[in-house]
Design a binder for this molecule. Structure first.
Ligand code: HEM
Length: 406
């Protein structure tokens, strides 16, 4: 019997799977180290869910991004709504889709610009934005936590970091939404073209009038006389903007959801806001906001968890599943801000480890601390058990989150 026949093909990434994400991943993790599955678009993927396999996979060079194969898959199926050729040729050719040596080269250049010092210098500004958003929420009987707080904070931070002017921020949110969620291929192609053009103009402006922002630093970044080409810059800025728009947002919202579902945890945080650091790590582990999984390709035949996988196959690395593996995290389905969540893989692992982790943590710590201090009696305005998740392979976030701030 071949490995293909050894496993039942079941749909994955359909709306029902995402709605019940952790339970479905748990079924797979308990049953088998590798589960062969089909996507709604008809692709076949090999899903891995156990912590040790996931960590090992992310550090294994035989599991690669292989950009040409990714482009074929994007074009064919995986992100069928992501804007066609325009998207594949420009925006999607960023370092997250690359292997060494291209990845190494690009990452080195961006790390030079996106320094720890630059992120730390943002702290007062992040605090200021947080305070202003909380001020706006005060006195309102009901707000959507996503629209009023969780979205605007990281969007404003990443836009300022990259020097995107205020008049274009709504357009950016619209383009990003279309590219990640849209079902209309033509609409996505238009968004990709408009976004590429705007990014090209932005880069041109920075060349003429350098500022004290990340984009200027990226334009200027050099290493052994190497620098980013215009095409690489556009793809890099696209990656940073999308990552900056769609990640911390859901970390804040998903985290607050679990704190409100577990009132004793909210009370503990309220009593001691210093617990915020551990709380954010637990929020990342328990219900990571982005990429409940990430994909890789087998560069050659290989064996994972005793299962043989042929070359050129798509492996879905289940980050959210690994973070709930009972072998690694005792009682994994218990949300506990006091636990040691160290070692979670919400930010990935290995050469593609999240470049924005420090920024995401800074934003989430500030946001959560501000929220619990300003609105200690924050309450959900809808049923906490019956929330709707967005349907996306990349993002694990709520569709809406109505709350009473006072
Ligand atoms: C990569 C998660 C926020 C920029 C990644 C990866 C994960 C991740 C899992 C690795 C994907 C893979 O291996 O295939 C998260 C989470 C975030 C977050 C959970 C928030 C809570 C951010 C922010 C930025 C950012 C705010 C930038 C402003 C990036 C970049 C990469 C990346 C540039 C690619 C790194 C590479 O290919 O070398 N992120 N991210 N992320 N992230 Fe994040």
């Amino acid at each position: 019997m071949s490995t293909t026949e050894a496993h039942t093909e079941v749909p994955v990434f359909d709306a029902a799977f995402v709605q019940d994400l952790h339970a479905r991943y748990a079924e797979i993790r308990d049953a088998t180290p590798v589960q062969r599955m089909a996507t709604p678009h008809g692709l076949s993927v090999w899903v891995i869910t156990r912590y040790d396999d996931v960590r090992a996979a992310l550090a294994d060079p035989r599991l690669c991004k292989e950009v040409t194969r990714i482009q074929e898959v994007i074009a064919a199926n995986l992100l069928p709504d992501s804007g066609g050729r325009e998207f594949e040729d420009s925006l999607a050719s960023h370092m997250l889709n690359m292997d060494p040596p291209d990845h190494t080269r690009l990452r080195k250049l961006v790390v030079k610009a996106f320094t720890s010092r630059r992120v730390e210098a943002l702290r007062p500004r992040v605090e200021q934005i947080t305070e202003r958003l909380l001020d706006d929420m005060a006195g309102q009987s009901e707000v959507d936590l996503l629209d009023s707080f969780a979205f605007p904070l990281p969007i404003q931070v990443i836009s300022e970091l990259l020097g995107v002017d205020e008049s274009r921020r709504d357009a950016f949110r619209a383009w990003t939404n279309v590219l990640l969620d849209a079902s209309d291929r033509e609409e996505a192609a238009v968004a990709a073209a408009e976004m590429s053009q705007y990014l090209a103009e932005l880069i041109e402006v920075k060349r003429r009038e350098p500022g004290d922002d990340l984009l200027t630093a990226l334009v200027d970044a050099t290493e052994d006389q190497d620098r980013l080409s215009d095409k690489e810059l556009i793809a890099m800025v696209f990656l940073l903007l999308v990552a900056g728009h769609e990640t911390t947002v859901n970390l804040i919202a998903n985290g607050v959801l679990h704190l409100l579902r577990n009132p004793e945890q909210w009370a503990a945080l309220r009593a001691d806001p210093e617990l915020v650091t551990g709380a954010v790590e637990e929020m990342l582990r328990f219900d990571g906001p982005v990429m409940h999984g990430t994909f890789r390709f087998t560069a050659e035949p290989m064996t994972i968890g005793g299962v043989e996988i042929p070359a050129k196959q798509i492996v879905w690395v289940g980050l959210a599943a690994a973070n709930r593996d009972p072998e690694q995290f005792p009682e994994p389905d218990r949300f506990d801000i006091g636990r040691d969540a160290h070692g979670h893989v919400a930010f990935g692992h290995g050469i593609h480890f999240c470049l924005g982790a420090q920024l995401a943590r800074l934003e989430a710590h500030t946001a959560l601390r501000g929220l619990v201090e300003r609105f200690p009696n924050l309450a959900a305005a809808g049923p906490l058990d019956d929330v709707q998740w967005r349907f996306s392979t990349l993002i694990h976030g709520l569709r809406a989150f109505p709350v009473h701030p006072a």
